[in-house]
Design a protein around this ligand. Structure first.
Ligand code: WT7
Length: 664
């Protein structure tokens, strides 16, 4: 048996090796024939008249009052879209499907970690959304009040978001993998008035206490007047009288109907905190009309979704923007049936994703390169256990995909039948920006493709001139409806971060990229101090600030180091106080500090003790040199250093440890 697997593995390796030669992959003919878009006509239409293009897409939403304006660019970079229209996001996700007689359609096939199943129909969502909206209202939450959401991957998370949208209360979802302390920060920054959370969360057969841990910090966030607790495991948790409610009891008691608030297109829909280049996360603010316009059509056309026959699965967590746009708003606006899975891809076993694809007949599957690399490592025998014949389209997002992982995905999961869309976008852009339309364009493993219709992406040099052929800075030269509107309560930082480099009309992305002779974009990676670990965005400054909060640490510099599995991993250079010696115990304590301050996902994989850190004469840490050291490269230019000796010593220490076989 093992020998057979070994042989199969060898054969696969050889086939993948041959495929590496192939530069581009045309979509199969039958895919093209059935595709919603089979040619370049939309790209052409949008190029001819961008304003008419966006207006047409916006008109596909349900408005209380249709907009007559498209873009208001009178005060760049504070753009407004469809400003005189009014609408409600929950109406676009729910009411319109109920009205069309589709209430019985399944919105989510929810699958729990222990194999539990729940079918949540559009009518179920509609009922609970209204009831929860009424609960929030009774607690004095109204339009403009921020509501925090800190929940695992359970259907209630979608209800919570939609209930907020129904009354115009911007939600602020915090990824369940962030620590309660990180939740506190995000609630404080956004002055949240209520928090929707849970008793406990499950992860790989274990449970983690959530409510008691959150309680430890809530006293420090005076703005929070209400805490709604979803009973997930049913564990007993402390409840504070007058402040805390159980979700199930509250919605049972609530009025059944809740009129949707009629909101202006520019009314805030949500805030989502993401890492920037300082320790304080950025509150990306998305508004209603433009965001929904961008999300609705990209969901439909990039994933070629036909609501009557497709089952869509975006395996992201709802706590990231991918989940906001492609688990909740995009699929629901389109009336699509999706899969929502509570657990990890390797629990209860490494074939659980493929088991669920088979069970629910998933037709379109969207995941991250890091997950594909993990599956590749586990072996093709896991997907081979399952019938994946319903799959017809695959997608990736979050980081550049290496061609080998792309080919494995295409061959082993897609069984050579499914086109792959590599979708480039960001929390800030709201929705997919660069990719191929799967029935209309060939794909090249490793390239995201071309800007979507209406999107003007370019590769620029430091001065804003276009770079032909070579590498440069990715920029977006025209505003688009789904773009962030500002950083919550930090307008100056918004301008500074995105529009200082190239001026108020051109959005600075923060990625390096190149464009080939077919005008396909190849994303290279971040150019700022943002680290991308498994498609999760973390900032060096945020991790450093967590590390130096340890009493024995004097200083720290954190870098992202290339990593075979996670794309990048975190390497922390740490200088201890006084004459303290670095020990394994201290490494564990530092990792624990980071887990508490931010979350386990931000724990450094590697800690390097440094007597001193390489700094410029003005005291700025030279991260570039630290990256050279960590990745074992020749050191770059050291002439601008205050003390070149520091970096040479550090380099030697790391090299010596590497030759001794340093272990994590
Ligand atoms: C950064 C944005 C958008 C949801 C997931 C991450 C990188 C994203 C790709 C891709 C190469 C990609 C970029 C970008 N990125 N998609 N298809 N190819 N790189 O959202 O946390 O806001 O991170 O992820 O570096 O700037 P995010």
């Amino acid at each position: 048996m093992e020998a057979a697997t070994g042989k199969a593995q060898e054969r696969l390796e050889a086939e993948l090796g041959e495929l590496l030669e192939r530069e581009s992959f045309e979509p199969p003919e039958d895919f093209v024939a059935a595709a919603l878009v089979g040619d370049q006509s939309l790209h052409e239409e949008a190029a001819r008249d961008p304003s008419a293009w966006w207006a047409k897409l916006a008109s596909e939403l349900d408005w209380f009052s249709e907009p007559t304006e498209v873009l208001d660019d009178s005060n760049p970079p504070f753009f407004k879209w469809f400003a005189d229209g009014t609408l409600n996001a929950s109406v676009n996700c729910l009411d319109r499907h109920i009205a069309a007689g589709n209430g019985d359609r399944v919105a989510f096939h929810w699958h729990g970690e222990e194999g539990e199943e729940r079918e949540i129909t559009y009518a179920d969502l509609f009922r609970d959304t209204q009831r929860l909206a009424n609960v929030l209202k009774e607690r004095g939450v109204g339009a403009g009040d921020v509501v925090g959401i800190y929940l695992p991957m359970i259907p209630e998370v979608a209800v919570a978001m939609l209930a907020c949208a129904r009354i115009g209360a911007p939600h602020n979802v915090v990824f369940g993998g962030f620590s309660p302390e990180a939740v506190k920060d995000r609630m404080e920054f956004s002055e949240a008035k209520a928090l929707i959370t849970t008793d406990e969360a499950r992860r790989k057969g274990k449970t983690a206490q959530i409510k008691p841990a959150v309680d430890d910090f809530l006293g420090e966030v005076p703005s929070i007047e209400t805490v709604i607790v979803v009973r997930n495991t049913g564990a007993e948790v402390p409840m504070t009288d007058g402040r805390d409610l159980f979700y199930d009891l509250a919605i049972e008691a609530a009025e059944a109907e809740c009129e949707p608030a009629e909101l202006e297109a520019e009314h805030p829909l949500y805030i989502l905190y993401t890492s920037g280049s300082t320790a304080k996360p950025k509150g990306i603010l998305h508004t209603t009309g433009g965001y929904l316009t961008g999300v609705a059509w990209t969901t439909r056309l990039v994933f070629d979704l036909k609501p009557d026959s497709d089952v869509f699965w975006c395996s992201a967590d709802v706590g990231w923007v991918t989940g906001h746009s492609y688990i909740v708003y995009g699929p629901l606006m389109n009336g699509v049936t999706s899969v929502m899975y509570e657990g990890a891809p390797d629990y209860p076993d490494k074939d659980v994703w493929w088991e669920l694809c088979e069970r629910y007949g998933v037709t379109v599957f969207y995941t991250a390169p890091t997950a594909i690399r993990a599956c590749m490592k586990w072996g093709a025998e896991y997907p081979a256990r399952h019938d994946l014949s319903a799959l017809r389209l695959l997608g990736t997002v979050g980081e550049p995909i290496n061609p080998k992982a792309w080919l494995w995905y295409w061959k082993v999961i897609g069984r050579e039948r499914c086109p792959i869309v590599d979708t480039w976008w960001q929390t800030e852009t709201g929705h997919i920006m660069i990719t191929t339309l799967p029935g209309a364009q060939a794909t090249k493993p490793g390239s995201a493709g071309t800007p979507l219709p209406g999107i003007d992406a370019a590769v620029l040099d430091q001065h804003g001139n276009e770079v032909e052929g070579g590498q440069g800075l990715l920029a977006l030269r025209k505003p688009w409806p789904g773009m962030l509107r500002t950083l919550y309560k930090e307008d100056d930082r918004y301008v500074e971060t995105y529009f200082k480099k190239f001026g108020p009309g051109t959005y600075f992305v923060g990625d390096a990229a190149r464009r080939d002779s077919d005008r396909y974009f190849w994303i290279i990676g971040r150019v700022d101090d943002v680290i991308n670990v498994s498609g999760h965005r973390l900032s060096t400054a945020e991790v450093e600030s967590a590390i130096v909060s340890h009493a024995k640490v004097a200083e720290s510099a954190v870098i992202g180091q290339a990593d075979e599995d996670t794309g990048q991993s975190i390497c922390a250079f740490v200088t201890l106080e006084g004459d303290l010696e670095g020990t394994d115990e201290l490494v564990a304590e530092i990792r624990e500090r980071v887990a508490l301050r931010i979350g386990k996902l931000a724990r450094p994989k590697r800690v390097v003790w440094a007597d001193d850190l390489p700094k410029t004469r003005s005291g700025k840490i030279m991260r570039r040199l630290l990256r050279d050291i960590a990745e074992g490269r020749e050191l770059g230019d050291v002439t601008t250093l205050r003390d070149p000796q520091v970096v040479e010593e550090l380099d030697e220490v790391v090299k010596r440890r590497a030759s001794e076989g340093e272990e994590e």
